[in-house]
Design a protein around this ligand. Structure first.
Ligand SMILES: Nc1nc2c(ncn2[C@@H]2O[C@H](COP(=O)(O)OP(=O)(O)OP(=O)(O)O)[C@@H](O)[C@H]2O)c(=O)[nH]1
Ligand SMILES: [Mg+2]
Length: 396
């Protein structure tokens, strides 16, 4: 039979009593699935209670049951990575599931996940926070709040409202998602439960199609929870750090930083150049020949400062903001620089006139210069907006 292969990966640590119950239940579910070749792979971190030995007994009788043993307990994420490597590698899976051993994840939902994969989704998340999904009603108020608020917090920090359950441990993952994400998942910071949010985040950002299937999370009845409070901390650290990195690397942020620095350079230029004798005498001779009294050292210095800012903006935007589209060829770079200069030259003219005329009336003190520089910049922005909206992006 050439049907596609799905492997349910179940990480275990001291889950002996659960696995002996789980395997027959899974076998029953598998029997009802006809278009997928179904397997289960237990990833045991050498549990002291002998979980792996129990699984081996089943594996002997059933070739759809597998066990992978890690020598040490290194966390949930690390267990999944070793399991996925084997499942997608030697075992030849097309899809793997993440599945807890403690019956928190309803096995009857497995076909729903596979349907979504059959429909073309790259990854499916079992969600507790969409219609039809739920968290246990007997959870204490604090645990409920923590769970709901935690997920909302992640959603808001990522500002991604397509996913409703970032930390869910019930998932189906196709091979192409795994292959894309795997190299970035080896960071030891992601080896615990943080693995879940980080994996999903990377997949969503890459643009993989993710579906959600509702399920009712059930509390474990047998065995102990391995979820520690430090997992919450590391997950939050990841979420905030990842978002921060994303913002810093965004084009709009870089563009803003470069523009802000340009303004600082423009201001320094205005004050420095207006003290320089050559600039002062240039302004005087320009004013004499044209007969315009508003031409003065401040306006000329401001215009020169604007040109310095344009040069700095060009260099930094080329090397940083648009580094992915950077030109290195000398001729191309020069021609780009000329284009950029023409497009920004309005600022030079505006400052020449506004700072010149303004300081002509209010004097050339520091406050006066700064006031007119800021005014010229603000007027420049408004003019830019008017020009863009009436000519470049005009109403149709
Ligand atoms: N191999 C391996 N499995 C682990 C590790 N940590 C947790 N698990 C397994 O991962 C699954 C989920 O762990 P749980 O302790 O149930 O975590 P949880 O469901 O978030 O927490 P509870 O709601 O308290 O059960 C279980 O099957 C655990 O046995 C680990 O470090 N290594
Ligand atoms: Mg559990």
């Amino acid at each position: 039979m050439s049907s596609k292969k799905a492997i349910i990966i179940v990480p275990t640590y001291n889950e002996k009593e659960n696995v002996v119950k789980l395997i027959p239940v899974l076998e029953e579910v598998f029997a009802g699935i006809h278009n997928w070749d179904m397997h289960v792979l237990f990833v045991d971190d050498s549990s002291p209670d002998g979980t792996a030995d129990e699984v081996k007994k089943f594996a002997k009788k059933n070739k759809h049951v597998h066990v992978h043993i890690n020598p040490q307990k290194r966390g949930l994420g690390a267990a999944y990575l070793s399991g996925m490597k084997e499942a997608f590698g030697e075992l030849g899976a097309d899809v793997v599931f993440e599945f807890d051993a403690d019956f928190s994840h309803d096995p009857a939902k497995i076909p729903d996940f596979l349907n979504k994969i059959d429909q073309g989704f790259d990854m499916v998340i079992g969600s507790r926070y969409i219609k039809g999904g739920s968290i246990p009603s007997d959870w204490g108020f604090d645990r409920k709040v923590l769970s709901v608020i935690g997920n909302l917090f992640i959603t808001f920090v990522f500002t991604d409202f397509r996913i409703h359950d970032w930390t869910s441990g019930y998932r189906a993952i196709t091979k192409k998602v795994y292959e894309f994400v795997v190299d970035e998942m080896s960071d030891p910071k992601l080896s615990g439960y943080t693995f879940q949010a980080a994996f999903l985040r990377k997949a969503v950002r890459k643009g993989f199609k993710v579906a959600e299937v509702p399920f009712a999370f059930v509390d474990r009845k047998i065995g102990k929870s391995k979820l520690g409070s430090d997992n919450i901390k590391t997950t939050l650290q990841f979420v905030i750090g990842d978002r921060f990195e994303e913002i810093i690397n965004s084009r709009i942020f870089k563009f803003g930083v470069v523009g802000g620095l340009g303004f600082v350079i423009n201001t320094i230029g205005l004050f420095l150049f207006s003290r320089i004798a050559v600039v002062q005498s240039l302004a005087i001779s320009l004013s004499h020949t044209t007969g315009l009294t508003i031409i003065n050292a401040a306006g000329t210095a401001s215009a020169l400062g604007a040109e310095c800012a344009i040069i700095s903006n060009f260099i930094l935007n080329n090397a940083w903001t648009f580094s992915d589209r950077k030109t290195t060829n000398v001729v191309q770079t020069a021609s780009k620089f000329i284009q950029f200069n023409i497009a920004s030259f309005g600022a030079v003219i505006l400052q020449f006139i506004i700072v010149g005329a303004g300081t002509h009336f209010t004097g050339s003190g520091t406050i006066s210069k700064l006031f007119w520089l800021v005014s010229a910049t603000a007027i420049g922005m408004v003019l830019n907006f008017i020009i863009y909206s009436t000519f470049i992006w005009k109403k149709k």
